[in-house]
Design a protein around this ligand. Sequence first.
Ligand code: IVH
Length: 671
Amino acid sequence: MNVDDAQVRISELRKKISELSEAYYTKDAPLVEDSEYDLLYRELENLEKEFPELVTKDSPTQKVGGEVLSEFSKVTHEIPMLSMGDVFSFEELEEFDQRTQKNIGKKTDYNVELKIDGLALSLIYENGELIQGSTRGDGTTGEDVTANIMTITDIPKQLTEPLNIEVRGECYMPKLSFKKLNDKRQLEGQAVFANPRNAAAGSLRQLDSNITRSRNLSTFIYTLVDAQKFGVTTQSQAIGYLNKLGFHTNPSSTTINDINEIEDYIQKYQEQRDNLDYGIDGIVLKVNNLNLQQELGNTVKVPRWEIAYKFPPEQSETKILDIEWTMGRTGVLTPTAVMEPVLLAGTTVSRATLHNAEMIKDKDIRIGDFVLLHKAGDIIPEVSKVLKNKRPKNLPETSIPINCPYCDSKLVHLEDEVALRCINPMCPAQIKEGLTHFASRNAMNIDGLGPRIVEQLFSKEMIKDVAGLYKLTFEDLLKLDGFKEKSINNLLTAIRNSKENSLERLLYGLGIRHVGAKAAKLLAEEFINMDNIINASKEEISKINTIGETIADSLQTYFSNLEAQELIKELKEANVNMTYLNSTLNLDNNEHFNGKTVVITGTLEKYKRKELSDQLDSLGAKVTGSVTKNTDILIAGLKAGSKLTKAQSLNIDIIDEDTLDSYLSDSKSAD
Ligand code: IVH
């Protein structure tokens, strides 16, 4: 390439990279995969190396990235928070080792640990007390997010020693919390976060700390600034000392004496990656001796004593067979790609959420296309990009529905939502979803009333809303496929028993926007009966701790609707209980699960993973993805594999589905 061509390409790359970094760092909404960004960045670096005369000060390669948003006050990092050089192969790690050895004139040992996919934080303590927390920002100036940092439970507010220190580390959102948050946002029609890193960044930059608190953020601390002041001489010792002071450090941290040991380390964690409950994107290698680190110093941008090895992206190719539009109970219409089954990062995948119509348009996804898939946040299958060169000729663009596929009413975008919504309260698809929700475990808990039966009841026009359930007769149910005397009586008993439920189950079961199981319980405890809730003012409702104006508004909108009023009247006539009976919804505790860390593995026959996981969560358990020494209970279904073996070796309580049933019914008997 000649200098002129290089100049043209360099300009293109700089423009593109600047756009991509702005979206990534400042807006927390990346436009492309990290690996695609890395490729462009590398290309620019290589061109600038080849044509050093073309390097300018404002090139993205000379800046750290991450402008400061205006809402927070600024914090100057006295010691800049640099970024880190990265490599993508073992050979490049060897080159790094050789360079380092040459610079210091001898062989060195390294501290290695996982590279957490989160965002960097700085924490400052005075006399052992946490006084400031800030983001990295552009490396020199960050944002003061102290109030939000205070809500992160694993950050010690008081150290075990009265020190004046600064520490740095990574703030992340656990994969399960990320999935739950995105599921909720999708249901509510909000834009979903692209990955846990963006979700963590978005959650930390909230002006309302209660939102940050609800997002379940965690940390791993890896740097003690000026560690030598405290008699610490190596990075490994620093990690030990940080631990002693009360910080959460990553268990992967270890020392290697020879660069060749790194290959096994990388392999080990690449295999375990899917089982960790946080996202990682590589490993970090640091010269262990702190004096040597100082001797090596920094380049303009990155320290010479550390390097990141980034994992190759886990991607698989498959074909889009169909795009389905499914209706949620709040009226949001969500597209899902149905694909030829393919193995992706350890699981077979045949469906991927496309989130919303915007994503289909942005990526121009069409039925019949070949696509690359990745797992967002290591868990959710997503389409990375369409392989346009493989697109068959004349493939028509995907048509985005204008009318609801289920009731034909016009779809809308509410406020600034990205989601397409059907706002027809009589839309059959929404009513069916609502009925299934009404019968679900944390709502009215009507055993045996799942989606398939709801579908039949609805299509045979036996019910049109939840009040209709209470009018069903033996003769009606005889008309359902596969129903015999025993199953009919069981279902009728379950429906009848549900009339005695405490108020919060009904309130949650109605599916009022934003009113989750926890909010329903708080409302029921406070107002005791349905009429008090209906008549409560917005102020009275939003006065309750953790119930804000959004919920208060939503309740008022719901109860001012004539159809909702008619429904409540019919439920009252059917003798459905409308008072609080001292909590039947055991959200806070179950003697078996409260406070326990639980892992689910294998195939479960009676439970859906997600529902079970939500239920355990509501009973006070923490459900994680991998078995560690901190796991209390492993729920093992059929064909359980390595997690079972590991739990056995760690002497962890293992329960099967029958035991699970009996444990769960213990919380029901507290009704
Ligand atoms: S060491 C000089 N250790 O990766 C700053 N960083 O790509 C490096 N990161 O900005 C600090 N895990 O936010 C270090 N175990 C780890 C890390 C880690 C993730 C982040 C950090 C840094 C970014 C660079």
